[in-house]
Design a protein around this ligand. Structure first.
Ligand SMILES: Cc1cc2nc3c(=O)[nH]c(=O)nc-3n(C[C@H](O)[C@H](O)[C@H](O)COP(=O)(O)OP(=O)(O)OC[C@H]3O[C@@H](n4cnc5c(N)ncnc54)[C@H](O)[C@@H]3O)c2cc1C
Length: 297
């Protein structure tokens, strides 16, 4: 069967795209292998009407909305390859099944790359986070660490000063520009550039950072300026133009530079927020409908 649209990724971006494409009376399948970027968290914040829900609950509510539409299917499969043909795409699942679709929407998200520090994965998503807009409120006025090995240290520290006055920046052995350091110090934000050997915690509750010089610095939580990478290689493989920060280039309707390929959500490389991913999914869904209608009219 030739699908109108295949969506790879069933996070807020992919589910929202599916809702729009499905309500546009097209046959659509969402493929998802259940590894969203925020799977480590217990609560999601800032998504109006969903504030405080777990990522799993938000996903369940999204899937429940889609169940009303018989032309929308969700499959728990990892897509391992996508081939572009003249007027369609062939998608291959990990299990070896092939699906054919006129349009594809890449809603595959990003994955974080954390600094290599013992204990960091135990606290990430519990008391160490990457986005103050998502979790700053829960950590307000606490003694916080900002782990930032890159030049985002100054920007993140400035932002975090909105949520706490007790902040220490840990560069984990990396050198911060002297002027950045001076500016932070002038705002009572200490900068420690000794490498971190261990993050000590109690069941995910960050307690202290142990440094290479033996010092132990007590903290109650914190943020990390993590790096990220695309969760799936399809955009690059299909020849889509990428942005300077590794996102997928699209127009307002989610169209990439490759005909028939749409993208939405975190993988565009913009601010990472559930509500923005859902909005981008809606735009890409509209883009698909516009194109399918235009091609037939
Ligand atoms: C620790 C942490 C906490 C966060 N907290 C918040 C918060 O409180 N509020 C907020 O607004 N945002 C939060 N975010 C950001 C939020 O998680 C993202 O903005 C959002 O998940 C992006 O949605 P998405 O649909 O683009 O990608 P995702 O939610 O990551 O979904 C992508 C989906 O695609 C699937 N996928 C990828 N490749 C394939 C493939 N080849 N085949 C099949 N499926 C595939 C994945 O399994 C995944 O389910 C947080 C992020 C992190 C890391």
């Amino acid at each position: 069967m030739l699908l109108d649209c295949a969506i790879i990724g069933g996070g807020p971006a992919g589910l929202s795209a599916a809702l729009v494409v499905g309500r546009g009376r097209k046959q659509v399948i969402v493929f998802d292998d259940e590894l969203p970027r925020n799977r480590v968290t217990q609560e999601s914040h800032g998504f109006i009407t969903n504030d405080g829900m777990t990522p799993f609950e938000i996903r369940q509510a999204g899937e429940a909305d889609l169940q009303k539409y018989p032309n929308i299917k969700i499959k728990r499969n990892r897509i391992v390859d996508i081939q572009k043909k003249e007027e369609s795409f062939t998608l291959l699942t990990h299990e070896g099944d092939a699906f054919e679709a006129k349009k594809i929407i890449l809603a595959t998200g990003l994955q974080d790359i954390l600094p290599e520090i013992e204990g960091i994965h135990d606290v990430y998503g519990k008391t160490l986070f990457s986005c103050p807009f998502c979790d700053g409120w829960e950590l307000k006025d606490k003694a916080l660490a900002l782990i930032a090995e890159n030049q985002r240290a100054l920007h993140m520290a400035k932002l975090l000063s909105n949520w706490t006055k007790d902040l220490i920046v840990f560069t984990n052995g990396h050198v911060l520009a002297e002027e950045d350091k001076a500016l932070l110090t002038a705002h009572s934000i200490q900068v420690i550039d000794v490498p971190i050997v261990l993050i000590d915690h109690d069941n995910g509750q960050l307690r202290s950072l142990q440094l290479a010089n033996g010092e132990i610095v007590r903290r109650e939580g914190g943020f990390v300026a993590s790096e990220f990478k695309q969760s799936a290689p399809f955009a690059e493989k299909l020849g889509c133009q990428m942005t300077q920060n590794g996102g997928i280039e699209t127009d307002i309707l989610g169209r990439t530079t490759v005909s028939g390929v749409f993208a939405c959500g975190d993988n565009l490389g913009g601010p990472a927020q559930l509500v923005l991913a859902a909005a981008a999914g809606s735009q890409a869904g509209m883009g698909v409908i516009h194109e399918l209608v235009q091609e037939k009219f």
